[in-house]
Design a protein around this ligand. Structure first.
Ligand code: SAM
Length: 236
C-alpha cells in the first residue's frame, strides 16, 4: 500500500472502493452535478468528494471527524481540486451551511451511525434548494447482511466496536425522510469476499457466492442488498 496522503494512496483507495462497491457511481451520478451546488454529509476521506469535484460540481462537505476531513482536504490539494470543508456534526447542519442552497444533498453510509438520523434528515431539508435532490444510503433491514448479523455470522462494519448502525425497511425509510417525496428506492450490494483475503488485497469470493452464476448474484443483491439507495425530492 502506498504512503497515506500520496496520489498513489488516493488512487488505490478509489480503485478498491469502486471495485467492491461498483454501484456507487451509478447512484451518485457524478456527471449530472456539473455546475451545481453539492453538499456531502459525512465525506470521510473524500472518495466520492473528488469525483463530484472532478465532474465540475461546486462542492461542500461537512464531516464530524477532523482526521478524515484533513485527509479529504489533502486529497483535493493533491489533485488540484476546489472544495469547501466544514468540521461539524450534521445534527447542527443548518447552523453551518446556507439554507435552501444546495441542488444535491448526498450522504452515503453516514446517518445510520448517528443517534438521531431523522434529525439529520430534517436539517438536510432546510439546506436543500426547492427542486433539489436528496441522495441517501442507509443500511437495509431486509438484507442478506442483516440476516447474517442476526445469526451471528457477521457484524455491521468490518471494524468491530461500531456503536450504532440502524437498519431500515422501505416503510421506515419513508418515515425517516419525512418532508421529502421518495422518487426511487432500491437495494444493492452484497460483499462476497472472504475477509481474511480481502484485507490482504486479494478478492476471493466465499465458496457459496463463487458457485453462483453472476446473474443470480446480482438478483440477490437487488433483493437483499445491504445498501438502501434512496433518491428523494423536497415535498412541496
Ligand atoms: C462509514 S464513513 C462513510 C464515509 C463516506 N461517505 C464514504 O462513503 O466513504 C461515515 C462518515 O460519516 C462521518 N459522520 C458520522 N456521523 C456524522 C455526523 N453526525 N456528522 C457529520 N459526519 C458524520 C464519519 O466521521 C465518517 O467519516
Amino acid at each position: 500500500m502506498a504512503e497515506i496522503g500520496t496520489r498513489q494512496y488516493f488512487d488505490d483507495v478509489e480503485e478498491r472502493k469502486y471495485f467492491v462497491e461498483p454501484h456507487i457511481p451509478g447512484f451518485a451520478q457524478f456527471e449530472r452535478w456539473r455546475g451545481k451546488r453539492v453538499l456531502e454529509v459525512g465525506c470521510g476521506i473524500g472518495t466520492d468528494a473528488v469525483n463530484f469535484a472532478r465532474a465540475g460540481a461546486d462542492y461542500t462537505a461537512v464531516e464530524l471527524s477532523e482526521v478524515s476531513m484533513a485527509l479529504a482536504k489533502k486529497r483535493f490539494e493533491v489533485f488540484g481540486l476546489e472544495g469547501r470543508f466544514i468540521h461539524c456534526n450534521a445534527e447542527q447542519l443548518s447552523h453551518h451551511v446556507e439554507h435552501g442552497a444546495f441542488d444535491l444533498v448526498y450522504s452515503f453510509g453516514v446517518i445510520h451511525h448517528a443517534p438521531n438520523p431523522a434529525r439529520i434528515v430534517q436539517e438536510m431539508r432546510q439546506v436543500i434548494r426547492p427542486g433539489g435532490e436528496l441522495k441517501l444510503m442507509v443500511y437495509a433491514r431486509n438484507s442478506w447482511k442483516d440476516a447474517m448479523i442476526e445469526a451471528g455470522f457477521d457484524q455491521p462494519e468490518a471494524q468491530s466496536g461500531c456503536p450504532i448502525a440502524f437498519t431500515y425497511t422501505a416503510e421506515e425509510a419513508a418515515a425517516l425522510t419525512a418532508g421529502f417525496e421518495i422518487t426511487e428506492l432500491r437495494q444493492d450490494h452484497i460483499f462476497p469476499y472472504m475477509v481474511e483475503q480481502y484485507v490482504r488485497y486479494e478478492y476471493e469470493p466465499q465458496p457459496w457466492f463463487k458457485a453462483m452464476p453472476p446473474g443470480m448474484f446480482e438478483a440477490l443483491e437487488k433483493r437483499f442488498g445491504w445498501h438502501m439507495l434512496i433518491t428523494a425530492k423536497p415535498a412541496s
